[in-house]
Design a binder for this molecule. Structure first.
Ligand code: NAP
Length: 248
């Protein structure tokens, strides 16, 4: 079933928590009908109810799920490719192939599948905008992080390639590359280990999901001839993926 709406449509993947959930609220506040895609629909449905949006089941690693998701969306002005994350931290020597597969399937192939499925609708809107949430891990590598940094580099390469391939079409492309943002990201990375997750943000003030969402809202709300290509945002205390100032 396709849901009709008279508001411009924004589609967000991974909208059940963190940056995706905050972006759903931000874009709804800017007048969009937001379609929230995620596997945990019990979470995305609550957010959808708050913002008069629509929650749909979505597993970006599953071709059929992506097809059904796209088929339910009537039009699309904005797509936020946000679903993603990391699993584990291991050296290349000790790499866990299952973790690598999860990261590549979710961040890279997930972005490919959803972008391809929604591209016709974005083009047909006459003013499309693809936002992809990559990471500082798309700009740098770090020890014990090759599974994630390689996936984020690949996701960014896909996104940046579209900037050339779609040149001349009515579509903007913005890459958002955040540093440390306190969300469920580290809990997922460390398989629910709260102590390990807390240490990632210890001694500094990390970005919030809302900080990133506001920047996405700003990019989306520029006049359609203005394309913010890449936005890197980090906490004041973070200089690079591996260098941060922590107060004890
Ligand atoms: P988060 O709170 O863990 O959110 C991740 C979101 O992705 C969840 O809504 C999750 O929803 C969704 N997701 C995961 N696998 C999925 C799948 N197979 N199909 C559909 N949705 C899926 O973490 P976050 O920090 O907001 O992460 C959002 C994005 O920001 C990710 O791409 C991440 O790599 C990137 N990022 C995060 C940070 C950071 O420090 N937090 C920094 C830079 C970049 P379900 O589990 O309900 O499906």
């Amino acid at each position: 079933m396709t849901i009709s709406t008279d508001r411009p449509v924004a589609v967000i993947t991974g909208a059940s928590s963190g940056i995706g959930a905050a972006t759903a609220r931000e874009l709804a506040g800017r007048g969009f009908h937001v379609f929230l895609g995620a596997r945990r629909t019990e979470l995305s449905e609550k957010i959808a109810a708050e913002i008069d949006g629509t929650a749909l089941p979505l597993d970006v690693t599953d071709v059929d799920s992506v097809s059904a998701f796209a088929a339910a969306i009537p039009t699309a002005r904005v797509l936020v490719n946000n679903a993603g994350g990391a699993k584990g931290m291991a050296s290349v020597r000790d790499a866990d192939e299952e973790h690598w597969r999860w990261m590549w399937e979710t961040n890279v192939l997930g972005t490919l599948r959803v972008t391809r499925a929604l591209l016709p609708a974005l083009l047909a809107s006459g003013d499309g905008h693809i936002i992809t949430v990559t990471s500082v891990a798309a700009l740098e590598t770090y020890d014990n992080g090759a599974g994630y940094t390689s996936a984020k580099h690949a996701q960014a390469a896909l996104h940046r390639t579209l900037r050339g391939e779609l040149l001349g079409e009515p579509i903007r492309l913005t890459e958002i590359a955040p540093g440390l943002v306190e969300t469920e990201f580290s809990l997922v990375r460390f398989d629910g280990d709260e102590d390990k997750a807390d240490k990632v943000y210890a001694g500094l003030t990390p970005l919030t999901a809302g900080d990133v969402a506001e920047v996405i809202g700003f990019a989306v709300s520029r006049p359609s001839h203005v394309n913010l290509d890449t936005i890197v945002l980090k906490p004041r205390d973070q200089a690079s993926a591996t260098r941060a100032f922590r107060r004890s």
